[in-house]
Write a protein that binds this ligand. Structure first.
Ligand SMILES: [Zn+2]
Length: 121
């Protein structure tokens, strides 16, 4: 099992007992290492995630593309996946938020994050 390091830039500055590691006499507060990081899959806590956002969010948005114009929800991009259980059975559907049209989905299509009916964002 590989341990992942928390990506919080100040993780080691939070002086909690579980961060104090190393041989007796030369222990230091260290970045948390865990098999599973529950905050954004990369951070040990909401604090560490917010520290990263405070420091890097502008650079990240500029890198991946800043929204400079409002986006518009239209018939072409208003599809969202939904499911409901009824009679001990799960039904998956694509629902259009503009037209309310419903189209059946297979469970595989529902779980496939690349599968979409939307054109554009
Ligand atoms: Zn952390």
């Amino acid at each position: 099992m590989t341990l992942k390091l928390c990506q919080g830039p100040k993780c080691h500055q939070y002086c909690t007992k579980d961060r104090l590691k190393g041989p007796a006499g030369s222990k230091t507060y260290q970045t948390r290492r865990k098999s599973r990081l529950y905050y954004g899959d990369n951070f040990c806590s909401m604090n560490c995630m917010n520290d990263w956002l405070d420091k890097f969010v502008d650079r990240a948005i500029n890198h991946f593309g800043r929204t400079t114009e409002p986006k518009h929800l239209t018939e072409e991009n208003a599809w969202s996946k939904e499911y409901d259980w009824r009679d001990d059975e799960t039904r998956y559907v694509y629902v259009n938020g503009i037209t309310n049209e419903r189209r059946p989905l297979t469970e595989e299509q529902f779980r496939d994050s690349n599968y979409t009916l939307n054109i554009g964002e």
